[in-house]
Design a binder for this molecule. Structure first.
Ligand SMILES: [Fe+2]
Length: 183
């Protein structure tokens, strides 16, 4: 699949632009993670980009979310490894996270939310001036962006990454695509 084809499919299936931005941010972090870990950047990027493509189609029903998404990704040409990561990122299915790709998607997904919230409370609402140390502080503040699952982010340890490094990597990755995130 080409990135164009993936984006066309997202456009056809997702109306909420914040959800599109969330998938773009996840793609960026997944690519950076793959580079850091010496994994396949394309494979990781596409998995991040497509992982929530079915959220509107499944009306956020956690029992079907990511099953349909994995099917849509397969139709676009995703490998079984990629489809598995998409399936396993929704804990409702009880599918164990086995591969590095499974684990990468699981911890990258909520990090986008923490970083986005960190940018949005700044006076300029931009990522450019947001420092990693501020995101790390926000990570420890449970009431800040309370919906962001800290434990899930901290699972970066399963990839051999310290939390601090993971936050830095995620922030840098999102800064590089800040205009497409509207941040
Ligand atoms: Fe997500």
């Amino acid at each position: 699949m080409t990135r164009e084809e993936a984006l066309d499919s997202i456009k056809a299936n997702v109306e909420n632009q914040n959800l599109v931005k969330h998938m773009l941010a996840t793609e960026a972090i997944m690519r950076a993670l793959a580079r850091r870990l010496g994994e396949d950047e394309e494979e990781w990027g596409f998995t991040g980009l497509l992982h929530d493509i079915d959220v509107e189609l499944t009306e956020e029903d956690m029992n079907t979310h990511s099953k349909l998404g994995a099917d849509l990704a397969r139709e676009l040409g995703a490998s079984e490894t990629m489809a598995h990561a998409i399936l396993a990122h929704n804990e409702a299915h009880g599918i164990p996270r086995e591969t590095k790709l499974d684990k990468g998607l699981f911890c990258a997904d909520p990090l986008t939310g923490l970083i986005t919230a960190g940018a949005l409370v700044r006076p300029d609402k931009k990522l450019a001036g947001l420092e990693a140390k501020s995101v790390k502080k926000r990570f420890k503040e449970k009431s800040f962006a309370a919906g962001v699952d800290r434990q899930q982010i901290a699972q970066c340890s399963e990839l051999g990454l310290e939390l601090d490094e993971f936050i830095e990597l995620g922030l840098e990755a999102m800064k590089k695509i800040a205009p497409s995130l509207g941040l």
